[in-house]
Design a protein around this ligand. Structure first.
Ligand code: PMP
Length: 295
């Protein structure tokens, strides 16, 4: 699914086939979850592959490394160049891009220097369909921001995401909605959350969530198109009086919700601000004039 005979990946300065990779089972990342990654999309445009908000993603990767005391010697420009090169080598334009920064061997709970950068790309076609999500309030909360750097995209945080999706899916739901340690709504397992009430959108402020690149794109598009968005803390009870709701993320893009637990959002998705923003987002990701230039 992720590669074929001709696929190449980037690993520490080399272009290699995924089957020839040699990753140690003593890596500190594998045992303890200390590593960081990104999920980025490239879209086909008349002027070639556009790595959507790629610089923001790579800046978040570097910021995540710094927070996690992981030393990575690359600049945003270098990371963008490498990614363009990798897409070219793999002949991909509509693609998913997965950079992973992982650490060398150590079973000790001590800092180590050895750091590796892996970048893989695979084909990611146009997502079709507008099926709405049945959402379950998770019994799991997002991690306490005083126990970790919740704004970093760190491998270990995804145990929390996986627990939430496993619980939700085992009960027949499509997605989980997690609260923070104060009981306010935080985000989905791998996407940020918005709801609409009386023509205004609401989304939690930063603090207990991943600062999503798509969330920021939606805030920018809303502002440019006169849609009011308020960032504030809110409860599940408020969501259960909303007109409509949606998630945002690189993979999910803008995904509408049908229901939260036994509450059905009454506004038809096609008439919602989320739907309007999903159309604006679809245009934005493929808009050629905003292709980020690198060499
Ligand atoms: N929250 C979490 C926990 C995530 O894993 C993701 C996906 N990276 C998001 C939100 C959405 O972030 P982005 O829009 O940058 O993909």
């Amino acid at each position: 699914m992720y590669y074929k005979e001709s696929t190449l990946v980037y690993l520490d300065g080399q272009w290699l086939h995924p089957k020839s990779l040699d990753c140690s089972l003593y890596s500190q990342t594998l045992h303890y979850g200390i590593g960081v990654f990104e999920g980025i999309r490239a879209y086909k445009t008349p002027r070639g592959a556009k790595i959507y908000r790629g610089r923001a993603h790579y800046q978040r990767l570097l910021d995540s490394c710094a927070k996690m005391h992981i030393k990575l010697d690359y600049t945003v420009d270098q990371l963008m160049d490498l990614t363009h090169e990798l897409l070219r080598k793999n002949g991909l334009e509509d693609a998913y891009i997965r950079p992973l920064v992982y650490q060398g061997d150590s079973m000790a709970l001590a800092p180590i220097e050895e750091t590796h950068l892996f970048i893989a790309t695979w084909e990611w076609g146009r997502y079709l369909g507008d099926s709405l999500l049945k959402v379950k309030t998770s019994s799991y909360q997002r991690p306490n921001p005083k126990s970790t750097h919740i704004e970093a995209k760190t491998c270990g945080h995804y145990v929390n995401s996986l627990l939430a999706t496993r619980e939700a899916k085992s009960q027949g739901f499509n997605e989980a909605l997690l609260t923070d340690l104060n009981g306010h709504v935080a985000e989905g397992s791998s996407a940020n959350f918005f709801f609409e009430k009386d023509g205004v959108l609401y989304t939690p402020p930063l603090g207990h969530i991943l600062p999503g690149i798509t969330r920021q794109a939606i805030l920018d598009l809303a502002e440019a198109n006169g849609i009011k968005v308020e960032q504030k803390f809110f409860t599940l009870d408020e969501v259960k009086q909303a007109d409509s709701a949606f998630f945002t993320g690189t993979a999910a893009e803008v995904a509408g919700a049908e229901s939260l637990d036994d509450y059905r959002f009454p506004l038809p998705w096609k008439d919602s601000l989320g739907h309007r923003l999903s159309e604006l987002y679809t245009e934005d990701v493929r808009r050629p004039e905003t292709v980020e230039a690198t060499s």
